[in-house]
Ligand binder design. Sequence first.
Ligand SMILES: Nc1nc2c(ncn2[C@@H]2O[C@H](COP(=O)(O)OP(=O)(O)OP(=O)(O)O)[C@@H](O)[C@H]2O)c(=O)[nH]1
Ligand SMILES: [Mg+2]
Length: 472
Amino acid sequence: MDKPVKSAVLVGIQLPKVSTAELEASLQELTRLVTTLGYNVVGQVTQKRSNDRTVTVLGDGKLKELAQWTNGTGVVASVVDVKISKAKQKWLDDKEEPNETEATSDNESEESENEEANNLIPEEKRNSAQVVIVDTELSPSQIRNLESAVGCTVFDRTGVIIEIFSRHAKTKTARLQVEIARLTYLGPRLRETGGGEDREGGGGKGVGESAIELDKRKVRDRIKELRTELEAIGNQHQVRRNRRDQEISVALVGYTNAGKSSLMRAMTGSEIYVADKLFATLDTTIRPIYPETRPKVLLSDTVGFIKKLPHDLVASFKSTLDEALNASLLLFVVDSSDASFRSQLEVTKTTLSEVGADEIPSLLVLNKRDNLSAEEAAALMVEFPDAIMISTRDKDDLKRMREKIMSYFETDMVDEDIFIPYTVQGIIGEIRSKIRVLSESYNENGVTLRVRSPEKVLEQIKKKLIPPPRTR
Ligand SMILES: Nc1nc2c(ncn2[C@@H]2O[C@H](COP(=O)(O)OP(=O)(O)OP(=O)(O)O)[C@@H](O)[C@H]2O)c(=O)[nH]1
Ligand SMILES: [Mg+2]
């Protein structure tokens, strides 16, 4: 844990469809991710390439430049033949293949026109980094080739994200989920990197042995075991969820660092973890809005999203996201002061549709308005007329937010008379706590309540009013 701070150099590949601004934004985000892991970013190397599947990702010249940052040779000792490695991997991986598209071309010379060969970096920057982090998902053989050329550990974006997740996972569910993703990711890579040197196993508590010692089959067995364990917990969640089903729930979803937990904290008066770091939250928390509303509304905080989120992680967090799937309303929280919030919103929507939550009604929350100028704020409201603009630090905004949620449910509500015979016990209390009673009138057999309630809740209540089979 208390290792000295390592310095990292980042590598960005600009594919034909990627604009320079997008490349920069992505590298900036990678810088935040890497910083979250405790590394110090000292520089970056970027290159335009027609694809990122070549054996060393970078062309020869850029590879030499990169190697200067880390005092490597700049050449690959022996290039791993990706075709053989693919066949080998197929053989090893007779079941689900990791989501890897192997290198399709290793024809470096074809793409060297963009290279400024021998573009040496300034003297003082040489040998200043101990880790290389590439802003794309690499295959095991690409990692191995790069490591050979730069002479130090190479991580890809996925590796960084998985490492953050495994450090931040607190609850049992989150730990199991992250561990599955980590093993799925590391399994094939460990074999091909032949030992992984100082590749950190990360805080994967609960595994007990270092991942390097595990051969592929053990890793696979372990994943199976973890899945079984997770399923058992999943069932408990389902039970709890069913119990909550008759209540209205609102899920906060969005990009990491958008302010979901802050909003959750402010609106529920609870002590939820908020931090200016990526992926602060990995678990779903559910709390009623406080002061309590009528009907009662449950708010849930969920894991944040990010661009190029590893598929394994999305899959492993599916059960966490199920909470969002069950919500009556989604609040898409964005950091409206972040220049790239539109594409972040896109990522959130895409990820949610991958888990099947795109049918749920939603409301856009433009957060952190305190960071906007009056003009910026006005322009955004023109662009997103249906959104609500708030700062989680402003009491009036929070009040507006609360009203907006409540009025959303009011429009979705029906007014209805329900008759409750005196013979049915206890239900009136439940009705009063869950829905709004507009008026009531009594007669000799029972009470008639005029209520305003979401249809779903009303259905649940009416079910309880069906008299049980007669007992003598
Ligand atoms: N300026 C400003 N900062 C805010 C506001 N709301 C939240 N923040 C800050 O944004 C950072 C991230 O907040 P969180 O609530 O942890 O964000 P999150 O969406 O839960 O992030 P993850 O858990 O990583 O997905 C923290 O430093 C908050 O203090 C706001 O309205 N204005
Ligand atoms: Mg959070």
